[in-house]
Design a protein around this ligand. Structure first.
Ligand code: SF4
Length: 233
């Protein structure tokens, strides 16, 4: 990949926290990326323009053919596609959509971007810290690094939550009690009890942030989906 990559940032239906996270990373990307977004007024998803890296935020409302079609065009014109944020990568709070809810009561079927088109990297977070996208783009440009393995494993996982953290790390006795998961949770759904995290289930929005921040769980993700060739177990 060349020294300055063309990057598209496109939101397909979220709270806008994730695009703002990317915009906040712009100072770190000067000299590395040429960024296009509607916030900067220079994006084009008509299909005639190609991008080295596209960053898509938000979940896909599959009741909206226009949204699904636009996402497919972005996939076609992008060498690398990143699902950025929990809604795009693992569903997040949109997993709870049932219809009859404000602000779009007629829409009830949302899927993460990873379930609709081929994605190269998925970054959970509600929203992820700007340093994540800056580090990931730098890793892609350099062609290696821990981030690439971890976030390509998340693509294959497709859903992650505090329940998975408990099942995979805490209950099997793999937790080292570092507290990284508790600090990362955007809703305060994890609390330390007797040196181990426990989940306040009503507060978990299935964002998956705790899972990728946990040093034990992130290694499990890589082992299950990358090093073992996609076999979960
Ligand atoms: Fe335990 Fe992982 Fe949470 Fe650390 S981040 S306290 S190892 S579950």
């Amino acid at each position: 990949m060349g020294s300055k990559v063309r990057v598209l940032v496109h939101d397909i239906g979220g709270c806008e926290g994730c695009p703002v996270s990317v915009i906040r990373a712009l100072p770190e990307l000067v000299g590395i990326a040429d960024v296009h977004s509607r916030y900067l007024g220079n994006e084009d998803v008509s299909g005639g323009v190609t991008y080295d890296i596209s960053v898509v935020t938000g979940a896909v409302c599959i009741n909206e053919p226009d949204v699904v079609g636009r996402l497919k065009v972005i996939r076609e014109v992008s060498k690398v596609l990143i699902a950025y944020g929990s809604c795009a990568s693992v569903g997040g709070i949109t997993r709870f959509c049932r219809g009859g809810q404000e602000p779009r009561p007629e829409h009830r079927t949302y899927q993460p971007v990873t379930a609709v088109v081929r994605v190269d990297y998925a970054v959970p977070g509600c929203p992820p810290a700007p340093t994540f996208i800056a580090s990931l783009i730098k890793s892609i440009v350099k062609g290696g690094g821990y981030f690439l393995k971890l976030f390509s494993a998340v693509v294959k996982a497709r859903k992650l939550s505090g329940f998975d953290l408990l099942d995979d790390v805490v209950l099997p006795g793999l937790c080292v009690g570092c507290g990284a998961c508790i600090l990362s949770c955007p809703t305060g759904a994890l609390q330390m009890i007797d040196g181990k995290p426990d989940l306040v289930v009503e507060k978990c929005i299935r964002c998956g942030t705790c899972y990728v921040r946990c040093p034990r769980a992130s290694q499990l993700l890589i082992r299950r989906y990358i090093q073992l060739g996609g076999v979960k177990g």
